[in-house]
Design a protein around this ligand. Structure first.
Ligand SMILES: [Zn+2]
Length: 90
């Protein structure tokens, strides 16, 4: 399921997804950064560690990739491509 629209608010530090079932989904930027699905961050979490994330981290760019969104964070991290299904479950 792909969202009808995706928006980003840097002031609220939230990513907004609107799903076809009418649900509006707000995702906190710092939480998205912690749940980054790139191989590096996944390996980190598998070792039981939580990536060090500054609570003030922002999503500065959304790059739609067809099957999901690549998010660019204000701390320079840009390796995570978040599939729609993954975002839907966060
Ligand atoms: Zn990552």
């Amino acid at each position: 399921m792909n969202p009808l629209s995706a928006g980003n608010s840097q002031s609220k530090q939230q990513l907004r997804l609107n799903w076809p079932d009418g649900r509006e989904h707000l995702l906190d930027h710092a939480e998205l950064r912690r749940q980054c699905p790139c191989s590096q961050c996944r390996a980190f979490r598998l070792r039981g560690m939580t990536p060090m994330v500054d609570a003030r981290v922002r999503v500065v760019e959304l790059n739609p990739q067809g099957y999901g969104l690549q998010l660019v964070f204000s701390d320079g991290h840009e390796r995570g491509i978040y599939p729609w299904a993954y975002l839907a479950e966060l």
